[in-house]
Ligand binder design. Structure first.
Ligand code: NDP
Length: 287
């Protein structure tokens, strides 16, 4: 039997419908949830991501502001903009699109964002809160993955979860979330000696590497839930994930496609975090 498809587009549509209702409810109270997105440089992929994020905001009735800077911009200008947005009560979420040009200190930029507007969840304080099991903003991609596991009915408590990739934006927060939910977690990376040994033990396998089709069906445990975070462009222009979909779907019980899997969920959870920030700000005001 072939693995069930975990349809990220369908789940994203359902969640965005709920978010649109909550946005309308806030607006009825005179509060317009707003996300500010800062883009530095002319990386085409980053440009597409920013456009998709602002379009998704507008589609659910959320306000979006865009600030675009040339690649050679003085970081002081971006710091000043962040300070301004931190102080602006009509802005509830602030996001700086990564990667930044080399002359920027990305960590310093992320730390400059107010903790209660850090809707990407990358601020060290927010990562710390997640590590302590008291998350305030969960990084959007791992957050989306958790929603997908929930929708697929995949048991997490006691499960062997294997994550491939240890980046600050996907692999590490993914590991923290799965630990917090009771999985036994292994994190693999480029120094891992025998990758297949680990992947074959995984009830939940999350691939977040950026290498086309590197996980093949023979590396998958029968009945596993397979989550493919990777986005890779093939020479023919088509997108594919890190998991070889055709061979893996014959072994796993559930699998996310690329495109149409984790990608739409990442943007959805950004909207959810922004709305959450606006709702928290509104609750503070009425206290
Ligand atoms: P990074 O490049 O920051 O991290 C990649 C990770 O993969 C690293 O930890 C690296 O190990 C590890 N790795 C590299 N080669 C191997 C290997 N041969 N075996 C095992 N591990 C390996 O990437 P990101 O975390 O930012 O993104 C990962 C992928 O997910 C990319 O394709 C990206 O485009 C995609 N992505 C998709 C999103 C979505 O919404 N669907 C959102 C964010 C990312 P080491 O640390 O040792 O170098």
């Amino acid at each position: 039997m072939e693995a069930r498809l975990i349809d990220g587009n369908a789940l994203a549509t359902t969640i965005r419908g709920e978010l649109a209702e909550r946005t309308a409810a806030l607006q009825a109270r005179g509060i317009a949830p707003g996300l500010a997105v800062i883009l530095v440089g002319d990386d085409p992929a980053s440009g597409v991501y920013v456009r998709n994020k602002t379009a998704a905001c507008e589609k659910i009735g959320m306000r979006s502001l865009q600030f675009a800077y040339a690649a050679d911009t003085d970081p002081a200008i971006v710091f000043a903009r962040i300070a301004e947005l931190n102080a602006d009560p009509t802005v509830h979420g602030i996001l700086v699109q990564l990667p930044l040009p080399k002359h920027f200190d990305s960590d310093a930029i992320l730390e400059a964002i107010a903790v209660d507007k850090d809707v990407d969840g990358f601020h060290a304080e927010n990562i710390g809160a997640l590590a302590q099991g008291k998350p305030r903003f969960i990084p959007c991609t791992p957050y989306g993955v958790m929603k997908m596991l929930e929708s697929a009915g995949t048991p997490i408590r006691g499960a062997e979860a294997v994550i491939i990739g240890r980046s600050n934006i996907v692999g590490k927060p993914m590991a923290l979330l799965l630990i917090n939910h009771g999985a036994t977690v292994t994190v693999c990376h480029s120094q891992t000696r025998d990758l297949a040994f680990h992947t074959r033990r995984a009830d939940i396998l999350v691939a977040a590497v950026g290498r086309p089709k590197m996980i093949t069906g023979d590396m998958v445990k029968p009945g596993a839930t397979l989550i493919d975070v990777g986005i890779n462009r093939l020479p023919d222009g088509k997108l594919c994930g890190d998991i070889d979909f055709d061979s893996a779907k014959k072994v796993g019980a559930a699998i996310t496609p690329v495109p149409g899997g984790v990608g739409p969920m990442t943007i959805t959870m950004l909207l959810a975090n922004t709305l959450e920030a606006a709702e928290r700000a509104a609750a503070k005001e009425t206290k």
